[in-house]
Write a protein that binds this ligand. Sequence first.
Ligand SMILES: Cc1cc2nc3c(=O)[nH]c(=O)nc-3n(C[C@H](O)[C@H](O)[C@H](O)COP(=O)(O)OP(=O)(O)OC[C@H]3O[C@@H](n4cnc5c(N)ncnc54)[C@H](O)[C@@H]3O)c2cc1C
Length: 460
Amino acid sequence: MKILVCIRQGLDGEINPFDACAYEEALKVKNAEVILLSMGPQSAKDFLLRLTRLGAKKAILLSDKVFAGADTLATAYTLSLAVKKINPDLVFCGRQTLVGDTAQTGPMLSVLAQTQLITNVMSIDEIGETVTCTTRDNGIQTVTLPALLTIERINNLRLPSIMSKLGEVEVWSAEDIGADKEKCGLAGSPTRVVKTFQNESGKRKCKFITDNELPQVISEALKKQNEDIVKTQLSSQKLSKVFIVGEGPRPFAETVSDDITILPLTNAEDLAQKITELKPNAVLWGSDSLSKKVSAQVGAMLGLGLCADCTLLETDGEELYMYRPALSGSVIAKIVSCTKPAMATVRTTQNASDVVVAAGYGARDFLDLVKAFADKIGADMATTRKAVDNDILPYNMQVGLTGKTVSPPVYIAVGVSGAVHHIAGMQRAGTVIAINPDKDAPIFDYADYGILGDAREVLK
Ligand SMILES: Cc1cc2nc3c(=O)[nH]c(=O)nc-3n(C[C@H](O)[C@H](O)[C@H](O)COP(=O)(O)OP(=O)(O)OC[C@H]3O[C@@H](n4cnc5c(N)ncnc54)[C@H](O)[C@@H]3O)c2cc1C
């Protein structure tokens, strides 16, 4: 069994956290030959060499100046040539990188390398002629080999043992993999960043209230009919023939078009065919895991740019301008697509209830109280990464950059400090209420209402 693990070096020089989980899962497979694959500058050679100490005998670095500036499609194209050359049984990728944060490269790579695909893997249950995995949102799935799996943050990468040996690192150029230079790097990237600016989105003016006012604030917020932030930013020019896949992206589509057609979210082959036949100007997708997977597959099938997780759209009647948070949410990038139709996933809601109660690490000693409060008001529960990392609540509840995105009409943050990584996952909520005894907690900068106090007292 040959397992190829795709690795990206983060801006901090360390392995991307999701890729670390993919590597650990590969190392756990008995009798597997594990090979690492990365695209990056020559300097990444040492980084890969260090990683071989954990068990991979070999690492391949794709390094060539024509690879620079690649978006997800150009990256997937380049990686796919190496995958074909190595011919593994399984390819493991992290769900997403923290730099790009799109979750597109894995699904695109599976199309271009012609493998089966399972995304958002929470556990690998069986490997033989087929591979069976439990996924985060779409149950248990089985596919035949060769297959590509995108792995969630489900484990911790082992440390090297004292006895461990270094493997070898090979550096492959564009020529070594027979790459068409027009399809690599910046030249082969259909999406272009036009501009970046500081991300101030999500910031709100917090009004402090007392415990007694909480029920009334919640019920008034619910009555406000989920006014969507995006609806207040209508473009004056309109784009014709915009397709939405599923109902989720409609509020975004309405900001840029009066000519909207809905397509059901079926499979990538059908949707690619419809888009080719009907030639829309733009196609908008939701940001649930299935939409993300299928949109990336369609992007790879049709060679189209795909901008991930847009929080705002604009048009001048010709181009679609897509705005998305980048670099852990610290900046906003304005992006256009050089290919038509322009395609984007937009931050749609993934919550079932109108109210989400997030219990952060600060609520760890009185979780029962928070749960009882959530039950009483019919709310879904969510949490932060710190609570997940400390085994307080499960990963599928984690909201944020490395968790899921929610945008319920009401979001109540209990014992949540408001780190930028958490805010990235909830900043489009309708009304945000924070309960925290620390008046300097950043969460109050992102809340409409705040209760300054011990949540144990407030919720009892
Ligand atoms: C690359 C990367 C990705 C990340 N991705 C995510 C992500 O997806 N999601 C995420 O959430 N985080 C993420 N993080 C972690 C993030 O930076 C924070 O560490 C995390 O969100 C903090 O969790 P917290 O607010 O629960 O805990 P803390 O920061 O410890 O805050 C606890 C809060 O509880 C308050 N508190 C204490 N006692 C009480 C009480 N009795 N009542 C009420 N309040 C109380 C405290 O005042 C404090 O503000 C990521 C970090 C990195 C580096």
